[in-house]
Unconditional design. Sequence first.
Length: 347
Amino acid sequence: MLYTTFELRINFKNFSLATAMAIKKLLSFLFLQLTLCLLLLDLTNAESLKLGFYKKTCPNMEGIVFKTAHRYISRAPSLAAALLRLHFHDCFVRGCDGSVLLDSTKNNKAEKDGIPNSSLRGYDVIDAVKSAIENKCPGVVSCADILAMVARDAVSMIHGPYWDVPTGRRDGRVSLASETIPNLPPSFANITLLKQMFAAKGLNVKDLVVLSGGHTIGVSHCSSFTRRLYNFTGNGDADPSLDPKYAAHLRVKCKPEDANTIVEMDPGSFKTFDEDYYTLVSKRRGLFQSDAVLLNDEYTRNYVKHQAATHGSSFTNDFAKSMVKMGKIGVLTGRAGEIRKQCAFVN
């Protein structure tokens, strides 16, 4: 959905105090009603997704997705984290509409070229799956649905949970790099900002701490966290919330200006989906500041400690549920958007 912003200017000096107050209350009420209507419209779109959407139009679709993705993941398991991240970054900007897959054009800088997306990868996997499906069912399956299913399959292939993906998403035609920074939670976010950014997408605090567990796989460039090691407050100090021994270990790997070296998010098992992330965070060894701040909120702290103490007793089930919920953010359905012939280009 493309929301249109508008500006209303009223000079309240022209009205009595009582009239001005009444107008302000009316405007606040109307704004609230508009917000609720837009939210309900988003929820209606999400509910139109369903299991087996392509049962008649492309009955072997999920098998094709799995088989094609498996060719890549079996050779390079680290791609699973990249594909999960690709799905997350798609959904948090304009909803799960495949807009992160679009290439920039001469007149438009697309999401994939936004600063937060500069290290995204896995596009070739999505293109390969799309090509395989187009050979069997041309013009039927959206890139947005393919991305959601590939992320699920990739996680399951590295011992993570499997969840049923409701389908019926359509592809967006708009992709703007300028929308990435305002919508994607940064690695240096505090807990208040994280809660606000997730709430803006219809995700609650539990979804926040559960989806953060996706950091159990994958790697990060040093530049995403070196500020925590060398100049946390601007005075050449380290982040006091980071375990000193772990900070010393990271300083050996990452020098202050190092932007190229990569570090495992979950040392020792970064290619396996497990609950170790919560053990690390509970020991103050979360790599990002946005990991560490999960200990600054009562609910997220209790969840972290519970999963660490019980070896992730409910984590995989929780993750599956939150991924289904995330996959419904701002979806386009029905006649909205389009079914792209190639994921990198609008038709």
